[in-house]
Design a protein around this ligand. Structure first.
Ligand code: ZN
Length: 454
């Protein structure tokens, strides 16, 4: 509703500048009014306020009496509710992404469809219709709920192969729904029943299977698939989100130079949520750092190209994270930062070893002063024979979460999502539209209004 006033604002600023300077009044006013801002929409998956708090404390010196500033601090403008169109207040990533991408409440599991399972136009589709560049950068498979809901329409988030098929098919002659799509998910595009990659290459899509390959690419369209499924956790490997974001901005800017049209880019810090589901605090704080680095890249771009609106939010919070647990007035951020691996890696490592090897293996990774009783709890874990695959890690993970909580005083209430409000951060032209309390659908609606006005 407030978008038209913004459009008028551009026109008015342009006109008044023209009147003051007295040069080229007519063409300049028109050209400036038509210059829609680029939109960079960043989603911290599962990034409730408490995750920003954890990141802030973890990167500050405990006991120093002052906090180290973070990239989030100056950008905060409001908060959003996240509930889905179900008889629950707790959303999943699909319903939340559909709300953010299309401004419509839907059911948990919905990918770009409404409650009647009908496809609904997303902001990326609207942008494409206006000739804008579009793209997404994620640290999970590109077929996962958040990116999928911005570009595709499916009744269920579990339709990963069908989502890959949607991405692979052109939406009009020589045009895909995206110009740049970077993340994981190779295995959904190259699978037993179908390998899209040679076909896509033949049609002009440039395909990269390592982040380094992006260095040699100079134009869109680009599909970068850097892992069979999700990328590794930032605590276990070189973080990639910021680098991928730099490449996406470089490629979309080049396209913008030739088309004269803005772009809409979605960047997701996807794995914050996965660490939350795993109740893995060290993992979560490192993913927050990875997301913060990507935000730095975006803010640098925004400083150079001020006609860029950056909006950052979360789809929901995950895990019921609390900083302080067990009645003690303490949260030991220094011990959190001492941990050197994700629970995913540690529990896999334990499964490959005998109990008498556990201490040597785990000590340098956990890096916490475990007492004998705590070691014995880990050594006496029994993995039931009926468990298979990743489920075999769960008995070890349960004990490690308890022990890490005892040392760091981190609390978790669930391995799922929660219904708490999430932060909204914004900077650039139109940022004021996201101020105060809002629902997640309003974020999507306001972004779509902004695209539609142009
Ligand atoms: Zn999510």
């Amino acid at each position: 509703m407030r978008a038209p006033s913004n459009l008028f604002k551009y026109a008015l600023i342009a006109t008044s500048i023209s009147l003051v300077s007295g040069c080229q009044p007519q063409p300049q006013a028109t050209a400036t009014a038509a210059e829609a801002p680029n939109i960079i929409f960043m989603v911290g998956d599962g990034m409730g306020f408490e995750f920003i708090s954890a990141y802030r404390y973890a990167h500050s010196q405990l006991g120093a009496g002052a906090l180290t500033p973070t990239v989030f601090d100056d950008l905060l403008v409001g908060a959003a509710t996240t509930y889905p169109d179900d008889a629950t207040w707790v959303t999943d990533s699909a319903a939340a992404a559909t709300a953010l991408a299309a401004g419509v409440k839907s059911y948990n599991g919905a990918i770009g469809v409404n409650a009647q399972q009908q496809p609904i136009t997303t902001l990326m589709e609207l942008a494409k219709q206006q000739g804008w560049g579009t793209g997404a950068v994620v640290s999970v498979q590109v077929t996962h709920a958040t990116p999928a809901a911005f570009f595709t329409h499916h009744p269920s988030r579990r339709m990963y192969d069908e989502i890959a098929d949607s991405y692979a098919q052109q939406v009009s002659a020589g045009q895909w729904s995206f110009d740049v799509l970077l993340g994981g998910g190779y295995s959904h595009f190259d699978r037993d029943d179908k390998n899209w990659l040679p076909e896509l290459s033949a049609q002009g899509m440039q395909i990269a299977t390592s982040v380094e390959q992006l260095d040699s690419l100079e134009k869109t369209p680009v599909l970068g698939l850097f892992a069979p499924l999700a990328l590794p956790h930032s605590i276990d490997a070189e973080p990639q989100l910021a680098t991928m974001t730099e490449h996406a901005l470089r490629l979309l800017s080049k396209q913008q130079q030739s088309t004269g049209k803005p772009f809409a880019l979605m960047v997701e810090g996807s794995l914050i949520d996965w660490c939350g589901h795993a109740n893995d605090i060290a993992c979560a704080v490192h993913e927050m750092a990875d997301f913060a680095q990507a935000i730095e890249v975006v803010l640098n771009y925004q400083r150079q190209q001020p006609n860029t609106l950056v909006v950052i939010t979360a789809d929901h919070s995950t895990g019921g994270l609390t900083l302080g647990q067990g009645g003690e007035y303490a949260w030991h951020s220094d011990k959190v930062m001492a941990i050197k691996g994700s629970l995913e890696v540690m529990t896999r490592g334990l499964l490959e070893r005998q109990p008498n090897e556990f201490r040597d293996y785990l000590s340098p990774l956990l890096n916490l002063p475990l007492n004998d009783a705590q070691w014995q709890r880990i050594e006496s874990v029994q993995v039931p024979a009926e468990l298979t695959g990743r489920a075999r890690q769960a008995p070890f993970a349960g004990v490690l979460v308890e022990i890490i909580s005892e040392h760091t005083r981190t609390g978790w209430t669930t391995t799922g999502h929660t219904a708490v409000d999430v932060p909204v951060l914004a900077i650039g032209p139109g940022a004021e539209k996201f101020r105060g309390y809002q629902d997640n659908t309003e974020i999507g609606q306001r972004l779509m209004e902004l695209i539609q006005q142009q």
